[in-house]
Design a protein around this ligand. Sequence first.
Ligand SMILES: Cc1cc2nc3c(=O)[nH]c(=O)nc-3n(C[C@H](O)[C@H](O)[C@H](O)COP(=O)(O)OP(=O)(O)OC[C@H]3O[C@@H](n4cnc5c(N)ncnc54)[C@H](O)[C@@H]3O)c2cc1C
Length: 301
Amino acid sequence: MESNQFEVIIIGGSYAGLAAAMALGRSLRKVLVIDAGKPCNRQTPHSHNFLTQDGSTPAEISRIGREQVAKYDTVTFLDGFAIEGKKINSGFEIRTEKGEVFHSKKLIFATGVKDILPAIPGLAECWGISVIHCPYCHGYEVRNQRTGILANGEFAFEFGKMITNWTKDLTLFTNGESTLTKEQTALLKSKNVKIIETEIEKIQHQEGRIQSINLIDGSSVSLNALYAKPDFEQNSSIIASLGCELKSNGYLEVDQLQKTTVAGVFACGDNTNMFRSVAFAVSSGTMAGAVCNKELIDEEF
Ligand SMILES: Cc1cc2nc3c(=O)[nH]c(=O)nc-3n(C[C@H](O)[C@H](O)[C@H](O)COP(=O)(O)OP(=O)(O)OC[C@H]3O[C@@H](n4cnc5c(N)ncnc54)[C@H](O)[C@@H]3O)c2cc1C
């Protein structure tokens, strides 16, 4: 096999990509993992809710994962960014931003997603530290504290309902006119959830730890934590250029075996599912790796 020829190329070498690489390395497959080293949780000081690593730093979890996968000598790591991909007769061709070209029979996208944070001054600095996305990941650490939710409409109602499980001191910031129904507003208020429609001017914080939400009318609300669910986009444009279909909610269309709509192309982790967690990334990566290997076995047998 030529040095730039692999059986599988995995784009993205964070939790999902490493899990896929582990399954494939243990299946004796010649694998290339291309990783740009920018996981979405890199700003969060501690990662939670992943068995055996509860409270570890995100980087430590990846470090251990990469070290364990690197023991399988058929797996090669390349630190870099894949910028182009196309279908060729023998499979796929991937080009990196440095101009390196690699070929493989199968492709796995473990590329995650890019969060598009609301343009509120201070929010980006607090992201993952005191502006949090998920109560299962960070809710316990801020339980019973002064908490806000930045959301509006149906999502705000459902999220508000959910977060009352972790704290009773809850304020919903709709950041503009509320689109909650009258019934939703009444129900939230009956549970002592405060609703503030005044737009946010900025988040006052110290090294990412929220102190208050400052509103454009000059008032402010003291807080310890704020839940937010930003919009997102796919990290890799290769997904679209290969013709892999996306669902209407922006996630990659995959079946239960992590196969995309393009033959020979798999996807796993955050790019496929709103259930955003390290555990899900590892689980779906393991599935993608195993099913990809089975496909190769079936084709070779
Ligand atoms: C702020 C924050 C805090 C979180 N906290 C927790 C927590 O406490 N517990 C928990 O379970 N989950 C947490 N999560 C969710 C968790 O981080 C994600 O579910 C998980 O990182 C998804 O893993 P992934 O491998 O799919 O994607 P990512 O971890 O995002 O990794 C994608 C990788 O692909 C690389 N990549 C992308 N495109 C290319 C390309 N074209 N070429 C090469 N490389 C590429 C990126 O650089 C990156 O290294 C958190 C998420 C956020 C945003």
